[in-house]
Design a protein around this ligand. Structure first.
Ligand code: MTE
Ligand code: HPA
Ligand code: MOS
Length: 828
């Protein structure tokens, strides 16, 4: 996704001169050449050791059932099979869950979703392992007694079936404020889940080592946790397991916890057979086994004034957690803390439910619940604007957080670094939003089939793990006698450019060009007890830790230089591969060699813990985020109202990455996040049959965006800003926030649909993802409503009016609980 941009090309040209001062420079990704030439080593590319065996998983055929009998003899006698393993073969704990211990590695006596691994085949080749594992389809191998199946959040909610207790945050008097407001709105809304669709699927390669120890190569965002779950499974101490990851071909949250099952099965087989074992999931199996972004069903209600300013709001967010807890508690917490998005809510009530269903266990996905929290707010504001017949932009502006007033979030954190208003002004000017909105109205008036829509949406995203203790990192920097430098840190590289940024930080600290610094594979034997590379904090945390390590070495070198050459250590300068001390200049490697001979330690560790963050999980209040990242987008679409097809014709994005360490990489993150979020809200649809079988489990049925979906006009810029907090070079995390920018695409589609019934004062009931089918449904509903409105005899209680209709002043339904959600946004 690190697409070359104008900025990239421009900066690459003067790379030679600026390499030393590498901070703020658009240097190419450390592995860019390897990525495009195919030389980059992913886990499956590691040369296989002699004797390597291959594993495949036998999956459950039922969404919920008791295993009546398991007879693996036919599988054992299949060609090439060396061993078949089930839960009883696990010497330690049969769990790979990250928080609660409710995630069996292999099913015990009950299966909880269709696709759950029941047994593992170990065979001579990948192909033979897969063929044997497919025997899981046979009744002779596994017999099931089916149990009741709960699939949707709505069903789970009705049964009060949750993986964790509901989260509830309330401030002020929302019910009273809603009831007393001049206008009210109530509605429900649905958003689908999303498969991470990392290009490199889940894979692990386990190599048994001497004296009961193991090296596990894992494609994971969280090597330390892979080490820990493998050790627990084998009943070994953690020091017996090393986990290594050079790079992933994408993780997107899907390898934060759910790489564990694959690491565990490979390690279990390697331990029992004393041979290297690789487990690489086929794409379809990966879809069937692993969790995705949580889909959600919302009910919301708000009271507002004539300008659309919200006076009171409430929302219930029912997330589909799947069969186990996984990270759902933290995801739901982030959803609660992002309902506000960029808006001040004086009186508010937020409930989040983690619904337990017989489906894959949903997990982290870029944004981690933040997108699910903020989307419903944006939909609600859009509906409010349509009810008031105002430009949705103006309703948004009326609700923005203030500066020095109206600036405390529902969870009690003051927003101290708010730049959303100036950022918005800049984007509205550069995108020419107002003039284009006017031009669109003219176009739509004379275009009966093609309708255009435009929308603006802002983002405010909290940066830090919302579990405070996770906000720590370590690094190790080695300076070798020749002056070359190796940096190792706890973060993982998944394409986002973390290693490039960390190497830039180290190069800058020691005053050498980037080519002198090499970042190595993440390795639990180098830095211990690391957190997942997640919550967008990779460069904030590991950059600071690496900077601290490099600084320690620089200070030792400076002290030596001052001792040998005179002058103050503080006055010694490291620049352009040269060291300047007391009027003497010498090459960096020369000082390094002097230091070695003088027995000065040339390597150091570094550690960083984010200041200020704290969180009270009982009251859902505190200071969960070190700072906020901001952004905004204007998107314009054209919709074919006969087919439901649409195209994004132009997108303008202004995003706040603070003082960027590497603008090319950051712009790549913004572009990638934007297109990925657009896929979530438009083409990517997960579909389960009533028996709980995921039917969209391959690219043939699950459509991620293609390069042709990139708008012809895609204007992505970084907002000139610096972090108010002293992060690495005052940069800001950029990995996840841009995923929320394409809310504007979804809202632009709504806007185009609304243009088919310009007299209506309610929003199109468009669900997400806005597939052509969903768009046609919404168009039809608009037409029906319009024909009702234009019928002279239409009475106030017309049955065709959406159920949750709320009108203006004196609305008697205000404050009452909304009705059961329909499958679409029924706000009026
Ligand atoms: N970019 C690429 N190319 N591949 C990825 O897997 N993951 C995203 C984001 N950008 C991802 C990516 C997610 S979910 C997160 S949390 C961050 O990168 C993690 O990396 P960072 O903290 O170093 O930004
Ligand atoms: N993001 C990603 N992973 C996490 C978080 C978060 O905010 N909190 C706990 N694990
Ligand atoms: Mo990102 S969802 O925090 O891995």
């Amino acid at each position: 996704m690190n697409k070359q941009t104008d900025a990239f090309i421009h900066h690459a040209a003067d790379r030679a001169e600026s390499e030393t001062a590498s901070i703020g420079t658009s240097l190419p990704h450390e592995s860019a050449a390897l990525h495009v030439s195919g030389e980059a080593t992913y886990t499956d590319d590691i040369p296989e050791l002699q004797g390597t065996l291959h594993a495949a998983l036998g999956l459950s055929r039922h969404a919920h059932a008791r295993i009546a009998s398991l007879d693996l003899s036919a599988v054992r006698s299949a060609p090439g099979v060396i061993a078949v393993l089930s839960a009883t073969d696990i010497p330690g704990e049969n769990n790979c869950g990250p928080v609660l211990h409710d995630d069996p590695i292999l099913a015990d006596d009950e299966v909880l979703y269709l696709g759950q691994p029941v047994f593992a085949v170990i065979a001579e080749s990948h192909e033979l392992a897969r063929r044997a594992a497919a025997l899981a389809k046979s009744d002779d191998v596994v017999r099931y007694d089916p149990l009741d199946v709960v699939l949707t959040p709505a069903e789970a909610k009705a049964k009060k079936q949750f993986v964790l207790p509901p989260l509830h945050l309330t401030r002020g008097e929302p019910a009273a404020k809603i009831a007393a407001a001049p206008h009210q709105i109530q509605g429900s809304f649905d958003v689908g889940g999303q498969e991470q669709f990392y290009l490199e699927g889940q894979v692990a390669y386990a190599v048994p080592k001497e004296m009961d120890s193991m090296l596990v190569y894992s494609s994971t965002q969280h090597p330390s946790e892979m080490q820990q779950v493998v050790a627990h499974m084998l009943d070994w101490p953690a020091h017996s397991v090393v986990c290594e990851c050079r790079r992933m071909g994408g993780g997107f949250g899907g390898k934060e916890s759910q790489s564990a099952l694959f690491a565990c099965v490979a390690a279990l087989a390697a331990k029992l057979l004393q041979r290297p074992v690789k487990l690489r999931a086929d794409r379809d199996d990966d879809f069937m086994i692993t969790g995705k972004r949580h889909d959600a069903v919302y009910e919301y209600e708000a009271g507002f004034d004539d300008t659309g300013r919200i006076l009171g709001a409430r929302v219930e967010i029912a997330l589909r957690a799947g069969y186990s807890a996984d990270l759902s508690g933290a995801v739901a917490t982030r959803a609660v803390c992002h309902f506000d998005n960029a808006y001040y809510l004086s009186d508010v009530d937020i409930v989040a439910l983690c619904c337990k269903t017989n489906t894959q266990s949903n997990t982290a996905f870029r944004g981690f619940g933040g997108p699910q929290g903020a989307l419903v707010m944006e939909v609600m504001l859009d509906s409010i604007a349509r009810q008031l017949k105002l430009d949705p932009l103006d309703v948004r502006l009326a609700n923005y957080y203030g500066v020095g007033e109206r600036d405390v979030t529902p969870y009690g954190q003051r927003v101290e670094d708010n730049v959303i208003a100036p950022l918005t002004d800049e984007l509205l000017a550069s995108s020419d939003y107002r003039a284009r909105r006017a031009a669109l109205a003219v176009y739509n008036a004379t275009s009966p089939v093609l309708k255009r829509g435009i929308a603006f949406s802002p983002v405010k995203f909290g940066i830090s793990f919302n579990v405070p203790f996770l906000n720590q990192a370590g690094a190790l920097v080695h300076v070798y006698k020749d002056g070359s430098i190796l940096v190792n840190h706890g973060g993982t590289e998944m394409g986002q450019g973390l290693n490039t940024k960390v190497a830039q930080v180290v190069a800058n600290e020691l005053g050498v060009p980037l080519s002198r610094v090499r970042a190595t594979a993440t390795d639990t034997s180098k830095v211990a007890n690391t957190s997942a590379t997640a919550a967008s904090t990779g460069s904030d945390l590991n950059g600071k830790a690496a900077e601290a390590a490099a600084r320690t070495i620089r200070e030792r070198l400076a002290a030596l230089a001052a001792r040998e050459l005179g002058g103050e250590p503080d006055a010694v300068q490291f620049k352009d591969s040269m060291v300047h001390a007391n009027g003497v200049t010498m090459p960096f490697p020369q000082l390094v060699n002097m230091a070695y001979l003088a027995r000065v330690q040339l390597w150091s560790d570094g550690f960083y813990a984010t200041p200020k963050v704290h969180w009270d999980a009982k009251t859902l209040t505190g200071h969960p985020f070190y700072y906020f990242a901001y952004g905004a987008a204007v998107s314009e679409v054209v919709v074919d109202t006969l087919t439901g097809e649409w195209k994004l014709v132009r997108a303008d994005v202004l995003h706040d990455a603070g003082q960027s360490i590497n603008p090319a990489i950051d712009i790549g993150q913004v572009e990638g996040g934007f297109i990925q979020g657009m896929g979530w809200l438009t083409t990517e649809e997960l579909w389960w049959n009533r028996d709980g079988r995921l039917m969209t489990h391959a690219p043939s049925t699950y459509k991620i965006p293609a390069v042709s979906d990139t708008p012809a006009a895609f204007h992505v810029q970084l907002y000139r800003n610096e972090n108010a907090e002293p992060t690495v070079f005052r940069s800001k995390a950029v990995g996840e926030p841009p995923l929320l920018l394409p809310f504007s695409v979804f809202l632009a589609i709504r806007d185009a649909i609304a243009a088919t019934a310009p007299q209506a004062n309610h929003a199109p009931p468009l669900r997400a993802p806005a597939t052509p089918e969903a768009i046609l449904d919404a168009l039809e509903a608009m037409q029906q409503a319009a024909s009702v409105v234009s019928m002279p005899a239409a009475g106030s209680s017309d049955p065709k009016e959406p159920e949750t209709a709320a009108t203006s002043v004196g609305n008697t339904t205000a404050g009452a609980a909304p009705k059961t959600p329909a499958s679409v946004d029924t706000a009026t």
